[in-house]
Design a protein around this ligand. Structure first.
Ligand code: FAD
Length: 464
């Protein structure tokens, strides 16, 4: 990395984006030094940084050319909602935020939207809705930026039917660390031209390029929808129903697994009441379709599968406000867990049909360590967040051991350690558990091709 003075960097950046879009005064930097990583796992930030707020790809290009020539690290930042320290500046350098890139254009004829990187998930969902279309995906925090959603290949609650972020991206405008602007893909349903560089950049967590614009596929607005809350008496019975639902031939928009204590606290946290009194855990199932008849038919079929698999009395929510309330309560789970002293929330994924076996192993690990886990997650995707809680007497070594055993359990079932949150800086040391030396070497070589001076988000995603 090059030698440089922060004041000189600030002056050069002011010449590109203007004084008011450059910040380097220490007291104004606080918000740019952290993300939403669980407090106990947070990376130590370096406060010797300049925050720069470009408004378009040309400005990003000028910033990156300057940084690349001088060997200055650049940390891309979206909404700062990441859970693995991806946007945290860990070296003296530049934080490049996309917060001024706010353009959004919905193309109803092609059922697509051209979205600038700083548009939030909330703004994207609203713009699609106002145009009579639907952006289904819902990773829990609506302040995430579109660029961040693409850079992390986000998943979340509504990925069962239509897939994760990657399944929506049709085109990207990106700026390489060396400053060249590339337009990849387009408003195309099919594209087999050359290696798929666009797919490589999706999920690259700010290490290969800065994403400035995204072409996203939208869906027609469903004519009807319903949310089912299916209570169970125990974890195993609940998750064992999930493959049976998927095998029934009906693919819901979402199948979430949650537990009663957490949902009651999450509801309270946002001033609501959890609407079900029976059971200790639940599947939340969202069904979308063309019309009410279809929804009623599919709900009935799913209810039969759940009842045959041991569920208690099912709550059927149809009015929009009720369904939105349930999603809001589900989205409040993570902030509540943090106040409940969660030490780590793992992001394992296993094949959907192995989810019951995985949960049995998780229960055995809890017993072995004489502790308890709160479990919540995207059960329909096989993606369960096992939350390790801080308990009196539990040591950091024991926590690391527990994490390792849960990772092993997922890997033995053909799963992996990160379904959707990514690697960032926090999960880097666990990467060799699931990737071979050859795979890691290929990643390092790809990083060098895109970023020969290692300026873009150094120390993240790819082991040194
Ligand atoms: C309450 C809560 C619930 C959540 N639930 C989910 C969930 O269900 N599913 C899920 O997948 N995630 C979830 N997340 C995690 C988070 O919201 C996602 O990872 C999201 O995609 C991050 O977007 P962001 O804009 O906040 O990115 P940031 O945190 O700002 O950055 C994330 C990474 O992307 C890079 N980056 C950001 N913008 C760009 C860009 N324009 N170009 C290149 N690189 C960029 C950063 O360098 C960093 O490595 C949750 C987080 C919270 C706080």
């Amino acid at each position: 990395m090059g030698e440089f003075k922060i004041e000189e960097v600030a002056e050069a950046l002011e010449a590109i984006v203007g004084e008011k879009n450059t910040i380097y005064e220490r007291e104004k930097l606080e918000d740019y030094l952290k993300d939403e990583t669980y407090p106990k796992l947070r990376l130590k930030p370096v406060a010797d940084i300049v925050v720069v707020k470009p408004s378009n790809a040309e400005e990003v290009s000028r910033i990156l050319k300057f940084a690349n020539e001088r060997g200055i690290p650049v940390f891309p930042r979206g909404g700062g909602t990441g859970l693995v320290g991806g946007a945290v500046p860990t070296r003296k350098g530049i934080v490049l935020t996309t917060e001024r890139m706010k353009g959004i254009e919905v193309d109803r004829e092609n059922l697509m939207a051209v979205v600038e990187a700083g548009v939030t998930l909330e703004e994207l969902i609203k713009a699609a809705d106002e145009a009579g279309l639907f952006f289904p995906l819902h990773p829990g925090d609506e302040t995430a930026h579109t660029g961040g959603l693409v850079a992390t290949n986000a998943g979340g609650v509504r990925a069962v039917k239509y897939g994760v972020m990657r399944n929506y991206v049709k085109g990207l405008e990106v700026v390489l660390p060396t400053g060249e602007i590339l337009k990849l893909g387009g408003k195309l349903q099919k594209n087999n031209t050359g290696y798929d560089l666009m797919d490589l950049i999706i999920g690259s967590e700010g290490t290969l390029a800065i994403i400035t614009k995204v072409i996203l596929k939208l869906h027609p607005k469903p004519g009807a929808s319903a949310t089912l809350i299916v209570p169970y008496d125990d974890r195993s019975t609940a998750v064992n129903s999930v493959p049976k639902i998927l095998q029934s031939g009906i693919i819901p928009l979402a199948i979430e697994y949650v537990e009663r204590d957490l949902m009651e606290k999450a509801a309270k946290h946002i001033g609501e009441e959890w609407p079900v009194k029976e059971g200790s855990c639940y599947l939340l199932i969202v069904i979308v379709g063309e019309n009410r008849d279809q929804i009623l038919y599919e709900s009935q079929k799913i209810a039969e599968v759940c009842q045959q698999s041991g569920s208690l009395e099912i709550l059927f929510a149809e009015p929009k406000h009720e369904q939105e309330k349930i999603l809001r309560i589900r989205s409040a789970a993570l902030p509540v867990l943090e106040t409940e002293k969660m030490v780590d929330g793992l992001d394992t994924v296993v094949p959907p049909a192995s989810i019951g076996e995985f949960i049995d192993k998780v229960n055995e690990i809890a017993e072995k360590f004489n502790t308890y886990f709160v479990v919540a997650g995207h059960a329909g995707d096989g993606n369960m967040h096992v939350c390790i809680m801080e308990e009196e007497g539990i040591s950091l070594e024991e926590i690391a051991e527990i994490r390792h055993e849960i990772y092993r359990a997922a890997l033995e079932l053909g799963g992996t350690i990160s379904a959707e949150h990514g690697i960032g800086g926090v999960r880097l040391e666990s990467l060799p558990l699931c990737l071979s030396r050859k795979e890691i070497n290929l990643m390092k070589q790809i990083k060098r091709v895109f970023d020969p001076n290692n300026i873009l988000n150094p120390g993240k995603k790819v082991p040194p």
